[in-house]
Design a protein around this ligand. Structure first.
Ligand SMILES: Cc1ncc(C[n+]2csc(CCOP(=O)(O)OP(=O)(O)O)c2C)c(N)n1
Ligand SMILES: [Mg+2]
Length: 250
C-alpha cells in the first residue's frame, strides 16, 4: 500500500503561503494513494504557470512543457503507452487561452487521460493580468479600465465540444476534490475537472467561493446533457457554483 510519504519530494513548493495549489497537490497525492496507482506508472504533465510546477513536487514521472500544451503532450504519452495513468494539468490562462484549441479537440478526441485545470481567474505567474475566466469588467494591470471580453465558460465549452466527463471542484473542499479526482482518474476516456481556486496575491480573496459553492446531490441526473448545459451556465446568473460531476455520458 502506498502512503502520502511515498509521493513526497525533498524540495518544497514555492507557491504563495495558503495558495489553493497546496490543496490541489495534496488531493492529487491522496487520489493516487487511495487508488494505489504505482508511481512508476503515473505521468503528470503540465504547461506553464504557477499551477504548472505541480509535477516538480510529486514523486512520479512528470513533464513540464510549453504554455498551453499539456494536452498534446499528455495525449501523446498515453497513446505511446496505454498502461500509464496520465494526468494533464492546465491553468485558466494556459488551458483556456493559449491552449484553448487543444482543449476543444481533446474533448472531441476522448483519449483516456484526466485533465485538471487550476482555475484562479488570473494569469498568476506573470503577476496578475486578467485571464479567459476573469469576469467582464475585471480591473487588472492589463485592464485598468476593466476587461472588455466575456469570460469563457469552461464547462459549457467542454460539453459543447463533446466531452463525456465534465466536473467542477474547489481547492478549498479537499474531501470533494479527492473524490472527483479519483473518479476522473478512473474514468475510461477524457475526464475534465475545472478546479476553482482563489489567487490570494493577484485575484479573488481567500474565501471568495466559500458561500457560493454547493454540492450536487443524488437527485441531479448528470447524464442529461441539456440539463448539464444549464447547470454549467447557471453561475453566470446566480454566482453559485455547483460542485460535482456536471455531465457524464452513460
Ligand atoms: C506561449 C507563451 N505565452 C505567454 C507566456 C507567458 N506566461 C507564462 S505564465 C503565464 C500565465 C499563466 O497563467 P495561468 O495559466 O492561469 O496559470 P497560473 O499562473 O495562474 O497558475 C503567461 C502568460 C509563455 N510562457 N508562453
Ligand atoms: Mg491562472
Amino acid at each position: 500500500m502506498l502512503t502520502l510519504k511515498d509521493f513526497q519530494r525533498e524540495e518544497q513548493p514555492n507557491w504563495c503561503p495558503t495558495c489553493g495549489n497546496f490543496g490541489i497537490i495534496l488531493s492529487v497525492k491522496k487520489a493516487l494513494m487511495e487508488l494505489n496507482v504505482p508511481q512508476e506508472e503515473t505521468v503528470l504533465v503540465s504547461g506553464v504557470g504557477c499551477f504548472a510546477k505541480l509535477p516538480y513536487w510529486i514523486k512520479a514521472y512528470g513533464f513540464v512543457g510549453l504554455h498551453g500544451r499539456s494536452l498534446p503532450v499528455a495525449q501523446g504519452v498515453k497513446l505511446a503507452n496505454s498502461k500509464l495513468k496520465v494526468i494533464a494539468f492546465g491553468g485558466d490562462g494556459d488551458g483556456y487561452g493559449e491552449g484553448g484549441n487543444h482543449f476543444i479537440h481533446a474533448c472531441r478526441r476522448n483519449v483516456n487521460i484526466a485533465y485538471f485545470v487550476h482555475n484562479n481567474g488570473v494569469f498568476g505567474l506573470t503577476t496578475g493580468q486578467y485571464s479567459p475566466t476573469s469576469k467582464k469588467g475585471t480591473k487588472s494591470k492589463s485592464s485598468p479600465s476593466g476587461s472588455e471580453e466575456m469570460p469563457v465558460n469552461p464547462l459549457a465549452l467542454a460539453i459543447a465540444s463533446g466531452a463525456k466527463f465534465v466536473a467542477r471542484a474547489y481547492s478549498g473542499d479537499p474531501k470533494g476534490l479527492v473524490e472527483i479526482m479519483k473518479k476522473a482518474i478512473e474514468y475510461e476516456g477524457f475526464a475534465f475537472v475545472d478546479i476553482m481556486q482563489s489567487c490570494i496575491t493577484f485575484g479573488k480573496e481567500h474565501d471568495y467561493f466559500k458561500d457560493k459553492i454547493y454540492h450536487l446531490d443524488d437527485s441531479y441526473d448528470a447524464s442529461d446533457k441539456v440539463k448539464a448545459m444549464g447547470k454549467a451556465l447557471d453561475y453566470e446568473e446566480t454566482e453559485r457554483f455547483a460542485l460535482g460531476i456536471i455531465y457524464q455520458e452513460l
